[in-house]
Ligand binder design. Structure first.
Ligand code: OAD
Length: 266
């Protein structure tokens, strides 16, 4: 089926559209992916295996080193801006209003910068511009102060405003679990259960909640469109329940968004 037919058929049933994004949508802005050739988990630090940095265990053992790595990644994120694919999703939210939900694995904040609302954007792996109390005295999420320095005194100044104990990056680590309060877990599951159309962009299908969402959508009869430069497990599902579009997000997404908005109006 072509994308126009997939969208038209799906939106006849219900109008709920869910978009799931991964690092691929920000690759064209200049942010490395995780598992690509130049990806964070592939290249990384010379001292530590990079995936080990993204753990509570690493933070407990060497908070300064972990902070320095996240401040470096934050600097990369803040040095770039949203691209045409991010902007297309902001237009989609404007066109669909409360029939739209965006679930993103990206911590770069580019969807919000492009114009998507915090209310309808579930940042399920956190946001690199924010921090919270490492001792969890509360779930309050606050912006990391500027400047972007990675020096020891700056890192020591990153403290919980309430109990003054050290703060940690607001990022979901590998040895931690999703939650509703911090990462919108149940809201994402509910969105998948109610979706008529799921659009997946630039993810390699390696994480738990996105896998649950795609299974729920497939079982619930939603149409699935996958946009990716290469094959992945979600593309295989999309081929059964919709269509897999091979190519960059900026190539396919702007036209697909126009198709969805037009179908939702008709
Ligand atoms: P990956 O690096 O695993 O996968 C990126 C995907 O984007 C791959 O499937 C690429 O083929 C695709 N891609 C690259 N450039 C693209 C482009 N221009 N247009 C479309 N697709 C493109 O990143 P994620 O799947 O996002 O979690 O990784 C998921 C999570 O694993 C991350 O959020 C991170 C990581 O561990 C945490 O850190 C909690």
């Amino acid at each position: 089926m072509n994308p126009t037919d997939v969208v038209a058929k799906a939106l006849k049933k219900s109008q709920q559209v869910v978009v799931l994004t991964g690092a691929g949508i920000s690759a064209e802005s200049g942010i490395p992916t995780f598992r690509g050739e130049e990806g964070y988990w592939t290249v990384g630090s010379t001292v530590y295996r990079p995936m080990e940095m993204a753990t509570q265990e690493a933070y407990s053992a060497m908070p300064e080193e972990v902070w320095r790595w996240y401040l470096h990644r934050r600097k990369v994120c803040r040095g770039v801006g949203p691209n045409a694919a991010h902007r297309a999703l902001a237009n989609l939210e404007e066109g669909l209003g409360d029939r739209f939900t965006l679930v993103t694995q990206n911590v770069d904040g580019l969807h919000i910068q492009a114009g998507n609302s915090l209310q309808r954007t579930y940042q399920i792996h956190g946001n690199i511009d924010y921090m919270r109390c490492a001792a969890a005295c509360s779930n309050r999420i606050v912006p990391i102060p500027v400047p972007f320095s990675g020096d020891a005194s700056f890192i020591d100044s990153l403290r919980c405003e309430q109990c003054h104990r050290p703060a940690r990056p607001h990022i979901l680590w590998f040895d931690e679990c999703y939650s509703e309060t911090l990462y919108r877990f149940e809201s994402s599951i509910r969105a998948a259960q109610e979706a008529a159309l799921l659009v997946i962009i630039g993810t390699s299908a390696q994480t738990n909640l996105p896998n649950q969402m795609v299974s729920l959508c497939a079982r619930g009869g939603a149409a699935i469109i996958d946009i990716n430069i290469e094959d992945n497990a979600f593309a295989a599902v999309a081929q059964q329940c919709g269509v897999a579009l091979r190519g960059k997000a900026t190539l396919h997404l702007p036209a697909l968004v126009e198709t969805i908005i037009a179908a939702a109006k008709s």
